[in-house]
Design a protein around this ligand. Structure first.
Ligand code: UT7
Length: 326
């Protein structure tokens, strides 16, 4: 008998406001053609004035709980990945804990790994579950990335959007330890701080005492992303001696269609095995993977026993993957 962590439900939230490429072209010197051709993005959701990361996270968490037939009191821990917390402290996760009625049950914390945040949070939850410390958790990726954008910088402001996605994970002891068991088969995390100045925010409490704006060397980030995403997919597959063709659904971080296309080409995966939401969501950082996962669950693409590979790369650099038998 093996102690595994299984994702039992998903939820998501996208703000009502939609900003198209044409809308952005009224703000900065850009065009729908440039954005779509270079990134695959057509539109993104932007949070309303005053709409916070914790509110979006709470919507997604409530949906995931409802789908699992659970309440906040059934949850032992919240792992919330975000780069855009409501406040510097307390953690946004404790607001969600209060909103979903957990009271003083369990614990709640934020994780910061930018666009890899959901993979980091899922890996952390997986290890808490496997160690026996908790039985069930909410793993959330939630971002109000529009708050970090310099709306005069066309090289960054066209890329990002807002939203939240959540999953409920719980212990499953029915498996035998093989790659056929349902649940999270493995997680793989990496970082390399030497590249932190290629993608960063130029503010923070201990430096400028301001929130700051996203700054990026797009070309270098692109180059590293293609390399690292490819590497980590192979690393994840190697653990169980699996081949790329065993992957039923690749659910990559949705940063740029061209980065995803390069990864898929390197793996020689048919493009119809990739879940793509970047055209409608833009890059929602830590929220992008659970948002894409929810879309593919709800439209019926992902079926029981499918092998999923989730992978992401973000500022730091951080990168990682999770192999999941659905
Ligand atoms: O989650 C991880 C976060 N970030 C990423 O994954 C982003 C990774 N990088 C990328 O996706 C791409 O590098 C970008 C989409 C950001 C940029 O694409 P690119 O093909 O690398 O373009 P570039 O930066 O080389 O710029 C090409 C040209 C430049 O003009 P010149 O110097 O050739 O005259 C830019 O000034 O495009 C110009 N440009 C734009 N033009 C219209 C840059 N941004 C824009 C824009 N609209 N929004």
């Amino acid at each position: 008998m093996t102690r595994r962590t299984r994702i039992i439900s998903c939820g998501s939230y996208l703000p009502a406001g939609i900003m198209t490429n044409e809308d952005i072209a009224k703000v900065v010197n850009t065009s729908n053609e440039w954005i779509e051709q270079r990134t695959g993005i057509k539109s993104r959701h932007i949070a309303a004035q005053g709409e916070t990361t914790s509110e979006m996270a709470t919507h997604a968490a409530r949906q995931a709980l409802a789908k699992a037939g659970l309440t906040g009191l059934d949850i032992d821990a919240i792992f919330l990945a975000t780069t855009t917390p409501d406040q510097t402290f307390p953690a946004t996760a404790v607001t969600v804990q209060d909103n979903i009625g957990m009271g003083d049950h369990g614990f709640a914390l934020d994780l910061q790994a930018v666009c890899s945040g959901f993979i980091y949070a899922l890996a952390t939850a997986d290890n808490f579950v496997k160690s026996g410390q908790i039985g069930r958790a909410l793993v959330i990726g939630a971002e109000r990335f529009s708050s970090l954008l310099d709306w005069t910088d066309r090289t960054t402001c066209v890329l990002f959007g807002d939203g939240a996605g959540a999953v409920v994970v719980e212990v499953d002891e029915t498996g035998t330890g093989s790659a056929k068991d349902r649940g999270i088969l493995s997680t793989h995390l990496h970082s390399e701080g030497a590249h932190r100045s290629l993608l960063y925010v130029d503010g923070g409490p201990s430096t400028t005492q301001t929130v700051g704006h996203v700054r990026m060397n797009g070309k270098e980030v692109f180059r590293h992303a293609v390399t690292r995403m490819g590497e980590v997919v192979h690393e994840a597959l190697a653990q169980y001696h699996l081949k790329p063709e065993d992957i039923r659904w690749l659910i990559p971080h949705q940063a740029n269609q061209r980065i995803i296309d390069s990864t898929v080409a390197k793996l020689q995966l048919p493009p119809d095995r990739v879940v793509m939401t970047v055209s409608q969501h833009g890059n929602t950082s830590a929220a992008s993977i659970p948002l894409a996962l929810t879309v593919a669950i709800e439209d019926g693409r992902i079926q029981r026993d499918d092998l999923l590979l989730l992978e992401a790369m973000g500022g730091g650099f951080t990168w990682g993957a999770a192999l999941v038998r659905w």
